[in-house]
Design a protein around this ligand. Structure first.
Ligand code: DX5
Ligand code: ZN
Length: 217
């Protein structure tokens, strides 16, 4: 599949959210990536359900909601009602992963699992068949604008092999420190969705940056 680009709104100008969304609407971005942080699972608090709902009213692009929260099973329905299309929960934050993945799918959304930099893709062997997406964190979750962790390439290759072994069609998303310099190698290793926050919103011309990321072959 042609890779997808998911700009992360965390790096956008929150005081001009509507115009930032309009810019994304005009762009070649495939999804909008929304980072939800609870100050518990990660050492930062971002935004929550009402903001997701407000964003959903201004875009037709799928909302890719990344839950960096403990016990995400408590809020699946709320995020669905707020307009989420894809929900990704953390392996490290959810005891009953299988049950919660099924809940997300039962609500009619795509279901993903994210793994922190220290977590091996191998831990997903028994759930991979049930997943629509695996998000490999290429930074420690909690903040935008961090440096990309080089070990990520190895994890993408490993996950790709594991997918074949497990007969899984899950797509592979990379989140954190993605820019024009590492995107090509990530795609070559088998990444399908690139999340990009700072490299898009802090660039001189975000529309052009999205296009450049999309045009990588
Ligand atoms: C990190 C978030 C990322 C972040 C990416 O905790 O999950 O989605 O916003 O931002 P950049 O691209 O700036 O690393
Ligand atoms: Zn994210």
């Amino acid at each position: 599949m042609k890779h997808l680009i998911a700009p992360s709104m965390l790096a956008s100008d929150f005081s001009n959210l509507e115009s930032e969304i309009k810019m994304i609407n005009k762009s070649e971005a495939d999804w909008l990536h929304l980072d939800i942080m609870d100050g518990e699972f990660v050492p930062n608090i971002s935004f929550g359900i009402p903001v997701v709902q407000a964003i959903s009213q201004h875009t037709n692009k799928p909302l890719d909601v990344h839950l960096m929260i403990q016990k995400p099973e408590r809020y699946i329905e709320d995020f669905k009602n707020a307009g989420a299309n894809i929900i990704t929960i953390h392996f490290e934050a959810c005891t009953h992963l299988h049950r919660t993945i099924n809940l997300i799918k039962k609500e009619g959304m795509k279901a993903g699992v994210a793994i922190n930099p220290h977590t091996s893709p191998n831990v997903l062997a028994d759930i991979l068949i049930d997943l629509d997406l695996v998000c490999i964190m290429s930074v420690n979750p909690g903040f935008g604008g961090q440096f990309f962790i080089e070990n990520t390439y190895r994890k993408v290759t490993l996950l790709n092999n594991l997918k074949k072994e497990c007969n899984s069609n899950a797509i592979i998303q990379i989140d954190g420190g993605v820019d024009i310099n590492n995107a090509k190698k990530l795609i070559q290793c088998g990444a399908n969705v690139l999340v990009a926050g700072s490299s898009v919103f802090k660039s001189k011309n975000p529309l052009q940056t999205i296009q450049e990321l999309k045009n990588i072959n």
